[in-house]
Design a protein around this ligand. Structure first.
Ligand code: CA
Ligand code: CA
Length: 480
């Protein structure tokens, strides 16, 4: 009897010792990393590490860039929220599905490919999605923790200048603390998700909302950008930037993502006429500094490693944003400022402070994250993994293709941007000498071979979609 009790006790002790040992062994054979994907809404290259504006304040994003690789020539697939996010989350180009605009086209193809979040959960990851990762709300995915976008405090009655169809001069210094803002609460939710200890590796997607409009953040962030010291984007000296642009491009510059004029004035004309240019730059920069701080809270928490796995952190924006460059505002164009985005990767084996100037795009997120996870890259993924550049940044890549409607296509190589619009008109810019895209070389016969070479990258079989010309006719003054 005594022996039996001793045997039972020994078994208990042995079981106690073996369980963690087996658990440890299973974990040691599982080299899958944790992956954190951060997407910021409407963030252009006005962050310190990209140098888009000399006064940008983004210490946390800059620190992430100093710990990993910054892709200095990264671009969106489409310069609006819905097409950009649909394309990047599902791994297919807008010109394959007809998902070109925030506005739906009745003949768009139903998206057939799984979102990367769905693919990760089906392949053994714990998946959590918070904030604005998808446009128009996160789709329900079985087994995925979802936190929808959290609301922000608003200015007092009569002070709120925000309206989707109004000009973007909707900045307001809120008399609230960061803790009351949706992006702060989102960071806290993401930290909680990160700190959960589970057997599975985690794939966390976190979508921060600022600097998306309305440009309303706590007033302390406005104080970092005094109105009297605001610097506007450079403009060409002694010439009108529009002089060498095709009519279609000029009409496009007057549109602002297909919205009506404001008593006959475009966003830019309104800003100039109402002296709102500097104030809107101030509000945008305050919004960037604010969101950077919230991102920093999450990045700080990611330094702890609760599951003992290696960690990849990827940070991007969904598209760029104009603040008066080319006399254009917001999104909805395929120039540098509308398409250029931050794109930073920190992870195992990636050298600190490394830079890659090969063109990459949001279409490359899907296959890259699959690559990091150790999945085979599915045949439907349109992009190319960035893993070769993480090891050798000079490894050449194909040009970036950005679409703004059927047959409005930009081709961006390391040195050139070539645009062809639906009416056949063109723009060509040499970024080695013209980073602001002021000097359109498309009409210069010296560059006809360059144009021909770049035009070969324009997809010939593009999905049907709404024509931008129709929007221009609907919303613009025809005599422009
Ligand atoms: Ca956006
Ligand atoms: Ca020009």
């Amino acid at each position: 009897m005594k022996n039996l009790r001793i045997k039972q006790q020994l078994n208990t002790i042995l079981a106690f010792l073996l369980v963690p040992l087996f658990a440890w062994q299973a974990h040691a054979d599982d080299h899958r990393p944790d992956i954190v994907f951060i997407i910021v809404d409407d963030l252009n290259d006005w962050v310190g590490c990209l140098g888009g504006h000399p006064d940008a304040q983004s210490p946390n994003i800059d620190q992430l860039a100093s710990r990993g690789m910054l892709f200095t020539q990264a671009y969106c697939n489409s310069p609006q929220c819905r097409p950009s996010r649909t394309s990047l989350n599902h791994g297919v180009y807008p010109f394959k599905t007809g998902t070109y605009f925030n506005a739906r086209f009745p003949k768009e193809s139903k998206i057939q490919t799984p979102s990367m979040q769905q693919y990760f959960v089906e392949n053994g990851f714990r998946v959590a999605i918070g904030g604005k990762v998808f446009h128009g709300g996160t789709p329900k995915i079985e087994g995925v923790a979802i936190q929808n976008r959290l609301p922000d405090p608003r200015p007092p009655k009569g002070k709120d200048n925000f309206g989707g169809l109004k000009p973007p001069n909707d900045g307001y210094p809120l008399d609230v603390k960061d803790e009351q803002m949706g992006d702060y609460k989102l960071a806290q939710w993401a930290i909680q998700q990160w700190e959960q200890v589970t057997d599975k590796p985690v794939f966390l997607s976190v979508g921060f909302y600022r600097p998306h409009r309305p440009l309303q953040v706590p007033k302390q962030w406005f104080e970092g950008f005094p109105l009297e010291s605001i610097k506007r984007p450079a403009e060409p000296q002694d010439q009108d930037d529009w002089n060498d642009m095709p009519l279609f491009a000029r009409q496009l510059a007057r549109t602002h993502a297909h919205k009506p004029l404001h008593n006959g004035l475009s966003d830019h004309e309104f800003m100039v006429a109402n002296k709102q240019w500097n104030a809107t730059i101030q509000a945008y920069q305050a919004s960037v500094a604010f969101v950077d701080q919230q991102i920093g809270l999450l990045l700080k928490a990611l330094e702890e490693n609760p599951r003992g796995r290696e960690t990849y952190i990827v940070l991007v924006s969904d598209h760029g944003w104009h603040l008066g460059e080319k006399k254009h505002w917001c999104k909805g164009a395929i120039w540098e400022q509308t398409t250029h985005i931050p794109f930073i990767v920190q992870g195992p084996g990636i050298s600190a402070n490394s830079r890659c100037s090969q063109p990459v795009s949001l279409i490359d997120i899907y296959p890259s994250l699959f690559d990091f996870a150790g999945f085979d890259i599915p045949h439907w993924a349109d992009g190319q993994s960035i893993t070769p550049q993480l090891k050798a940044p000079e490894t050449p890549r194909s040009p970036v293709i950005s679409s703004y409607g059927e047959a409005n296509t930009s081709i961006r190589t390391q040195h050139w941007r070539y645009i062809r619009y639906e009416d056949g008109s063109e723009e060509l810019y040499d970024h080695r000498i013209d980073p602001n895209e002021w000097d359109n070389l498309a009409a210069n016969s010296k560059f006809s071979e360059t144009k021909k070479r770049l035009a070969k990258f324009i997809p010939t079989d593009q999905h049907a979609g709404l024509k931008v010309q129709k929007w221009i006719e609907q919303f613009q003054i025809k005599s422009d």
